[in-house]
Design a protein around this ligand. Structure first.
Ligand code: GLV
Ligand code: MN
Ligand code: MN
Length: 424
């Protein structure tokens, strides 16, 4: 298929189709599908999302996949198996980004999945199963607060209550669906029938420094930490920044700030991870005591029990902070994803894939970052291949990977698929 030149990149190096160089060039192209000039931001059900699906659909077709957009806005590509009812192996990652993102989180894994199919097709390999490549539409949850919307739809785990989630502009998820050209009444059509699915493999940058510290290009994931996210609010009373004496103030921002440090202390002491990534004071003027402070909490741990215990302790301490300052503390849960572990057979395939690249005892890593695999785990087993990223930096414009690592990762991912085919 001949594509417009811009869609193929400038091809200055005469990239081999489905090579690491081509994938990296395509990551650069998708980085331009952004709502902000000079920064990457691509959230769910936006014009950038639509452009990305179209572009990725063209690349899917080039690789021999039948491209289509599902009822949740995920970009999918199907490679038929030998029979109409052949089981399907799922490969993929996500195409949305956080604000101020890098160009590889999710994108690299999706493009690698497409490239693996393209490579197998080019070699004339006939697999005993079908493949579906998934470019998930909303892993980050940036727009509506609830993460993994795209993969939950595919897993058949969509919840009706989500239709009333609202973005920062007050637009409901239902309205955003309709504006994107999707029909909320058809959401169930995105779900895959459990009995058809063989498993799910995802390649992703590590988003941490462990591979780099160990001088390894690739690693095998053992499981993914569970996460909960909350909208937290401290309510006090606004007042004059000069006239109101300290003893009578009900400064909501001071209360919220104390809770932020409580979160860090409790999470660190108990081996969990708590992050406050957003805080806003109201009414927001230099000479007004903040009467309200709104802030977020992202809380993760290796087990759900530990994460939930730390949340109980945070709530207890926050209530004490609020009482001491005559404030009201409120918490609304926005997101909850269980900790999961990989499927052993699929992880074995990833290990075999990495071994085929020369590392016969790959580093095993627990993913502290969330992934679509967490949602897909309710549908089928999953396994993940991690790729070293520079300095462990992610969710930042300086996210980086080395082309040689991506080349190794491609070989390993392809070998993992072939390992599954051999014992199918
Ligand atoms: C997704 O990147 C997450 O871990 O929040
Ligand atoms: Mn991310
Ligand atoms: Mn990601």
């Amino acid at each position: 298929m001949s594509l417009p030149e811009w869609l193929n990149g400038d091809d200055k190096d005469g990239d081999v189709p489905f090579s690491a160089a081509e994938i990296l060039e395509r990551c650069d192209i998708l980085a331009t599908h952004s709502s902000r000039v000079g920064a990457i931001e691509r959230s769910y059900l936006t014009a950038e999302h639509a452009r990305t699906n179209w572009t990725v659909g063209e690349w899917m077709a080039q690789a021999g996949l039948e491209p289509w957009q599902d009822a949740a806005g995920n970009q999918r590509g199907t490679l038929a198996g030998p029979r109409d009812d052949s089981p399907v192996l799922l490969l993929g990652s996500h195409l949305d980004t956080v604000p101020g993102a890098g160009r590889y989180d999710g994108i690299l894994g999706t493009l690698m999945a497409i490239a693996v199919v393209g490579r197998l097709e080019a070699k004339g390999v006939r697999l005993p199963f079908g493949i579906e490549v998934l470019g998930f539409a909303d892993e980050e949850g940036t727009r509506f607060g609830r993460t993994l919307l795209g993969s939950c739809a595919v897993a058949g785990a969509w919840q009706d209550s989500w239709w009333e989630l609202r973005d920062a502009q007050g637009i409901s998820l239902r309205t955003a669906f309709e504006a994107f050209g999707l029909d909320p009444a058809r959401i169930e059509e995105a779900a895959l029938p459990r009995e058809r699915v063989l498993g799910y493999l995802e390649a992703h940058i590590e988003q941490g420094p462990l591979l780099e510290d160990a001088d390894r290009a690739l690693g095998v994931v053992t499981g993914i930490m569970g996460a909960r996210r909350f909208d937290l609010t401290m309510v006090g009373e606004a007042g004059h920044a000069g006239g109101m004496p300290y003893g009578r103030r009900r400064d909501a921002l001071l209360g919220a700030s104390e809770v932020v440090t409580v979160i860090e202390t409790l999470a660190r002491d108990h081996g969990a991870i708590g992050t406050v990534g957003r805080m806003q004071a109201y009414p927001g003027a230099a000479n007004v005591i903040p009467g309200r402070a709104e802030f977020s909490l992202d809380l993760r741990a290796e087990t759900d029990e530990l994460r939930d215990r730390v949340w109980d302790l945070i709530q207890e301490q926050a209530a004490k902070v609020a009482a001491a300052r005559n404030l009201d503390f409120q918490a609304v849960e926005r997101h909850d994803a269980e900790a999961t572990v990989v499927g052993e057979r699929l992880a074995e395939a990833i290990r075999a894939g990495i071994a085929a690249t020369g590392d016969t005892a790959p580093l095993e890593l627990l993913s502290k970052a969330g992934h679509d695999a967490m949602a897909i785990a309710s549908l089928t087993d999953y396994a993940m291949l991690f790729i070293r990223c520079g300095g462990g930096i992610s969710h930042h414009k300086d996210e980086s990977v080395i082309e040689a690592d991506v080349a190794l990762a491609l070989d390993a991912f392809e070998a993992a698929v072939l390992d599954l085919a051999r014992t199918f």
